[in-house]
Design a binder for this molecule. Sequence first.
Ligand code: ADE
Length: 281
Amino acid sequence: MRRRSAGTVPRQARTRLIDMRIDIVSLFPGMLETPLSESIPGRIREQGLVEIHLHDLRQWGLGRHRSVDDAPYGGGAGMVMRPEPVAAALDALWRPGATRILLDPTGEPFRQARAADLARRDHLILVCPRYEGVDERIRDLVDLELSIGDYVLTGGELAALVVVDAVIRLLPGAIDGASTTEESFAEGLLEYPQFTRPAVFRGEGVPEVLVSGNHAAVRRWRLAASLRRTLERRPDLLEERTFSPEERRLLDELKASSNDTSETSPGTTETPGNPSETPGG
Ligand code: ADE
C-alpha cells in the first residue's frame, strides 16, 4: 500500500496516511468500469484517495471452459456459483487486514453507519455473484455479506457499485466534509430541505429564516426540519436514536402539533415554520 508523504496530504486527510485499495471480483467487470471512472468516483480515484482494481472471476474458472457455476444438488431451477473460483480469487487478492465482502440479498442491510465503518478500512475485496445463488460454503470465505435492499438484482455488480460509491465519498478529502456530516443518515436523521435561487419558483417561496442571515435560527430551523421529515417519512430511524435535550424538545413539539393538526400527511414536502414566513409563498 502506498504511503503519502505528509506534505502532499490535503488538510482534511492528514489523519489518514494510507490510501484505500478496493478489489472487485465479477464476471462482468465492464459493468463496473464506467460508473467508477466518471464524475465524483473518477475524481476520487484520480486524486489517489482510492485504488480500484476490477478482476474477471473467469480467470479463476475451472477447466478448459473456465466454468464458475454448476447445477444445484437436490435439483431445482438455475445454476449455482461454485466455491472454488471465488476461493481462488480471494486467495490471490487477500492481504492481511483486508475485508472480504459478498454482495447478497440475504446479507446485512447496507446502511450509512456501515459505509462509514468501511471507509475507515484499508482494503476491501468485493465479490459479485451471478446466477440463482452461491454455494453456501462461499459464505465461510468472507468477512461480511451486504444487501443493498429488499429486492433481487440480476447480480452483485450494481450492489457493489452502490457500496463502493457510498464508501469512497466518505474518504477524507474526497468531498467537502460538511456535505457528509450534514446529509441524510449521517446523524441518524433525514436531511433538512434545501433551497437555492430563484427566491420564488412557480409561486413557491423559500422559508424566510433561510434568508435572514441569522445562523443560529437557520441551524434550529434545519434541525427541526430534519426531525420533522424523519418523523413523517422514516419514524423507524427515530426509534434507534438517542436525542439531545434540544432535539427531544423539538420532537415533542412536532408530535404535539401533528396531533393537533392531523391534515399533514406523511411524505409531504412541508417544512417547519409558519407558511406566512415564506416570501412570495
Ligand atoms: N444481489 C442480488 N440482489 C442483491 C441485493 N439486493 N443486494 C446485494 N446483492 C444482491
